[in-house]
Design a protein around this ligand. Structure first.
Ligand SMILES: C[S@@+](CC[C@H](N)C(=O)[O-])C[C@H]1O[C@@H](n2cnc3c(N)ncnc32)[C@H](O)[C@@H]1O
Length: 249
């Protein structure tokens, strides 16, 4: 990537290219009450029990803790990239609690600027705008949390990111749904976007199955479909309903 500029605390790894994604994405997120004020963002994943997405945040908190434990056990992981960091809560928590160098990358400038405003004054934390496909830096860990649905070509994305790993580097997919029946999931999502008044979002949201990762060197570290996890989830809504998949070269 070319020379880096910094504007409002956000580093630009590549030139901005507007395809209308940010506007429609944020409008939908606002309609869903998922765009938070600075004070709420500062405290994530902690939210009060009366919060509309309290149980979702319990899940996110649990998967974050699992990731933090993994990082503490694997000290060779020094440079971390989070793709699709949004308001920066996860990147900020990782940088604070593990002292590793964390870069949060996104294409949504509004939330990147919020992330930089709320968390940005730490030496080991960077928020960056950039096109993943132009990324030329290398990392020990690349995290894809709740973001693969915004990439149409999951295999192409993984192939590209494997090239951005240092030796022994790993890609971690967390907090992301995989669908056995992609067609019916697509129909449900379309219905939802239509009901919300954001039909065009259907062209920006894609469904993937675990099968799409066949052929890669992958390890499923957490499988939510096992009997024990399903049973736990029936009693404890903080049990993650998402796979945790690690991909290596
Ligand atoms: C559902 S949010 C997840 C935010 C955060 N990772 C989390 O786990 O809470 C998805 C994020 O992915 C970002 N995104 C979508 N397409 C992207 C792309 N091509 N490159 C980088 N980020 C992207 C969106 O702007 C948004 O901030």
């Amino acid at each position: 990537m070319s020379a880096e500029r910094k504007i409002n605390g956000v580093i630009y790894f590549s030139e901005t290219r507007s395809n209308g994604f940010e506007e429609i994405y944020l409008s939908l997120r606002k309609a869903e009450s998922r765009v938070y004020d600075d004070d709420t963002v500062k405290h994530l994943p902690e939210v009060p029990p009366c919060h509309r997405y309290y149980y979702e945040w319990l899940v996110r908190k649990r998967s974050m803790k699992t990731l933090l434990k993994y990082l503490l056990k694997n000290e060779y992981i020094k440079e971390i990239l989070e793709i699709g960091c949004g308001n920066g809560w996860l990147a900020a928590n990782i940088s604070l609690k593990t002292k590793r160098n964390v870069t949060g990358l996104d294409v949504n400038i509004t939330e990147l600027e919020q992330a930089a405003r709320v968390f940005g004054n730490r030496e080991n934390l960077t928020f960056a705008y950039g096109d993943v496909y132009m990324l030329d830096k290398k990392y020990d860990m690349i995290i894809l949390p709740s973001v693969i649905a915004y990439f149409e070509d999951l295999q192409g994305l993984i192939k590209k990111l494997l090239g951005n790993l240092n030796a022994n580097g790993e890609i971690h997919i967390i907090d992301s749904p995989f669908f056995d029946d992609k067609l019916s999931a697509k129909e449900k999502t379309f219905k939802y976007f239509k009901e919300m008044g954001f039909e065009e979002m259907a062209g920006q949201y894609f469904h993937h199955s675990l099968n799409d990762l066949k052929g890669f060197n992958q390890e499923v570290k957490y499988d939510p479909t096992t009997f024990i996890h399903k049973a736990n989830r029936a009693f404890d809504r903080s049990t993650p309903p998402f796979y945790w998949v690690v991909l290596r070269k």
